[in-house]
Design a protein around this ligand. Structure first.
Ligand code: CAA
Length: 379
């Protein structure tokens, strides 16, 4: 049975998220982008309306939303400011390894405390020399009695300087490749954790992206997730989960770009009539709309499979890749529809275009998504 309708409750959730995004995020999006400013005030308000930890199960202090519902919310955030969507979404990304592979005791120890306040989490996988090839990481974790000692540098970490809890991937045996990697939960106030400088990015500038450095950081052995040395699979399963949500935020950028292009085309008069009456413009708008709708359906499909407990490796890679490419294409087309005005900072579309680019890069480049899709087809 296929049902494309949101329930009344889900529609209320979408309206809540849309209202929040348009009231609290959209009016400051340009300033946050210009000043490269992270806003804790937005995190606080997002927490107050109950959405910050909404995808964490209720038994651990979260809101118990499904992945599909999380995507409905993420689209609204992405339509208002992709940088803010990114840092609010990265909280869930940082918690997902714990949700997937933490023991019930560890979840009870860490999650209710995290979810009781406007805290953010961060996912520390990437390193300066290990981006697409995540298994080539050099961070190490060495057992010492009842503790692990973590050393290494994580790179381009969303929420790097503002998170209070990290999921950190490090190798217990550098000679074992991906089979040596474990995942640890590390509170940010643990001695030995420090941050690099905030990255000066092309887009999504509101997000706090920086290095996180671990120097002889000691965590209790119980903070290691899973069985140990299964961290690479935990990372891959986390990304299977999160890629639909990232795709949803990209749909938000594309939708906002389309809306801006439609509004402009209706009021911009050239050759004696609104440019919306020119077929050249109409064809562009129609192509943009097709891409937005198709991307949303792929995102919803990937999230739906996750909610059904079905493997969604292929579907989430397709959703993330198609939605990211859609955001790039549709925002570029929106700049084109607006012409010279589109290129100026007086209109929002140049920001959409800069923000969209990151959707083809983070959470695995869109070339890596194509590899994942091909591997799933051929295995
Ligand atoms: N679920 C479960 N297990 C999986 C899996 C999945 N989806 N994908 C792979 N595995 C398992 C494989 O079965 C294999 O298991 P065995 O040990 O039993 O053989 C193991 O993992 C290794 O798999 P591969 O041989 O396929 O691994 P690889 O080294 O060739 O890498 C890759 C595969 C897809 C390229 C992976 O490295 C990858 O996804 N790279 C991209 C990394 C990435 O997305 N980084 C994003 C960082 S987060 C971020 O950007 C967030 C942000 O800031 C907002």
């Amino acid at each position: 049975m296929v049902d494309f309708n949101l329930t009344e409750e889900q529609q209320r959730l979408r309206d809540l998220a849309r209202d929040f995004a348009q009231r609290e995020i959209a009016p400051v999006a340009v300033e946050l982008d210009r000043e490269q400013k992270f806003s804790q005030a937005i995190v606080d308000k997002y927490f107050e309306i109950g959405l910050l930890h909404s995808v964490v199960p209720e038994e651990y202090g979260g809101g118990g939303l499904s992945s599909l519902e999380g995507c409905v919310v993420a689209e609204e955030l992405g339509a208002a400011c992709a940088g803010v969507a990114s840092y609010l979404g990265a909280n869930h990304l940082g918690l997902t390894p714990l949700l997937i592979a933490g023991s019930p005791e560890l979840k009870k120890e860490l999650l209710p405390k995290h979810c009781a306040a406007p805290h953010l989490a961060a996912f520390c996988l990437t390193e300066p020399g290990a981006g697409s090839d995540a298994a080539s990481m050099r961070s190490t974790a060495t057992r010492d009695g009842d503790e692990f000692v973590i050393n290494g540098t994580k790179h381009f970490i969303t929420n790097g300087g503002v998170a209070s809890l990290y999921s950190v991937f490090a190798s217990e045996d550098l000679t074992a490749g991906h089979r040596g990697i474990s995942c640890f939960m590390v509170p940010a106030n643990t001695p030995g954790v420090s941050h690099g400088k905030k990255e000066d990015k092309m887009g999504q500038r509101a997000a706090d992206t920086r290095e996180v450095i671990f120097e002889n950081v000691r965590v209790p052995a119980r903070y290691r997730l899973g069985k140990g040395r299964d961290g690479f699979k935990i990372a891959m399963m986390t990304l299977d989960d999160s890629r639909a949500g990232v795709g949803a935020a990209a749909v938000g950028i594309a939708r906002a770009s389309l809306e801006a292009a439609v509004a402009y085309a209706k009021q911009r008069v050239q050759f004696g009539k609104p440019i919306a009456e020119l077929q050249g413009i109409q064809f562009m708008l129609a192509d943009m709309a097709m891409r937005v709708e198709a991307a949303r359906l792929l995102v919803w499909q990937a999230a739906y499979r996750h909610d059904q407990g079905l493997r969604n490796t292929k579907e989430s890679a397709i959703a993330k890749c198609f939605a990211g490419d859609t955001a790039m294409q549709v925002s570029t087309d929106a700049v084109q529809v607006l012409g010279g005005y589109g290129y100026m900072k007086d209109y929002p579309v140049e920001k959409y275009m800069r923000d969209a680019k990151l959707h083809q890069i983070y959470e695995g480049t869109n070339q890596i998504q194509r590899l994942v899709i091909a591997n799933e087809l051929l295995r």
